[in-house]
Design a binder for this molecule. Structure first.
Ligand SMILES: Nc1ncnc2c1ncn2[C@@H]1O[C@H](COP(=O)(O)OP(=O)(O)OP(=O)(O)O)[C@@H](O)[C@H]1O
Ligand SMILES: Cc1ncc(COP(=O)(O)O)c(N)n1
Length: 274
């Protein structure tokens, strides 16, 4: 028996099981990749929102990365909720030690999670600079949604035509690639995301489903991309595959609790098996 490819998520937990590292691990599994975690924060969360956050000490986040990278090896890594500048800096130092990111060549996807879908902050405002100026330049790919674009650049993208300006502004912080997610575009009948490498823009078309149950969609998208990168795919192929994966997951999203339900990764394992 040989070991499968490996991927690491550096992210927060969601007690409701819909978003964060729970969604990441589910996606890694569904994509045939062995998933590992460096937990940054424990959130008290359900389908109605986040009612508490306990941050893991920055040195423990770094120690988790050291532990898995030095023993198991990391095929590709992604970030989710990073909570604080101290955690971002400790994470980046650990990633440097193990060749994760930019010049170390292990693919590194930075999903700049700033808030939960329900609105509660998941990142201290004073961590934005660390994300923009220290994490982005090390990233293979940065994957903001439109709220994160607004927070990080001040650009208020309202139509498909605004996405290229948003991508250029994020690209200026130094990542290799930028993926702008279009789920929050108001009044667009489709979900056309945009991938940009500083020169060419590749639109990623997809349908828009009439569901409110999209909790974890961004996490699942970034994780499916990371899994494909761990298997050796190019960035455009990984992003195209990730888009197919998340679109199907949104199509099968299910209601849960009294709030917003999660996108589903069940379809990939055994459709309608529950
Ligand atoms: N209603 C929908 N129907 C189909 N695809 C969708 C829908 N909503 C979002 N998506 C897709 O899901 C992916 C995640 O996009 P989104 O902009 O929602 O990111 P996000 O805000 O980080 O996700 P989250 O919902 O987890 O906060 C994108 O590919 C987007 O186009
Ligand atoms: C621990 C954690 N990480 C990330 C998200 C973002 O996911 P969403 O935007 O779907 O709420 C979340 N709610 N919780």
């Amino acid at each position: 028996m040989t070991a499968p490819p490996t991927a690491l998520t550096i992210a927060g937990s969601d007690s409701g099981g819909s978003a964060g590292m729970h969604a990441d691990l589910r996606t890694f599994f569904a994509c045939g990749v062995h998933g590992m975690t460096a937990v940054t924060a424990v959130t008290v969360q359900n389908t109605t929102g986040v009612s508490g956050v306990v941050e893991v000490p920055a040195e423990t986040v770094a120690a988790q990365i050291d532990a898995v990278a030095s023993d198991i090896g990391v095929g590709a890594a992604k970030t989710g909720m990073l909570a604080s500048a101290a955690t971002i800096d400790a994470m980046l130092a650990a990633c440097d030690r193990h060749g994760i990111g930019r010049d170390g060549r292990t693919p590194f996807v930075v999903d700049p999670v700033a808030a939960a879908r329900s609105g509660e902050p998941l990142l201290h405002p004073d961590a934005l600079d660390a994300l923009r100026n220290r994490a982005f330049p090390r990233a293979t790919l940065v994957t903001p949604n439109l709220d994160e674009v607004r927070l990080l650049t001040g650009i208020d993208a309202r139509t498909r035509d605004d996405l290229l300006d948003a991508a250029k502004a994020i690209y200026d912080f130094g990542p290799e690639w930028v993926l702008i997610k279009s789920g929050h575009l108001p009044d667009d009948p489709e979900c056309v995301d945009l991938l940009f490498d500083g020169t060419a823009a590749l639109p990623l078309p997809g349908p828009r489903y009439a569901t409110e149950h999209t909790h974890g969609a961004g996490d699942v998208f970034a994780s499916a991309i990371t899994a494909a990168l761990a298997k050796g795919a190019s960035v455009p192929d990984a992003v195209r595959g990730g888009k197919r994966f998340v679109t199907r997951s949104v199509a099968d999203a299910y209601p849960l609790g009294s709030g917003v339900g999660p996108v589903s990764t069940f379809w990939r394992i055994s459709p309608r098996s529950y």
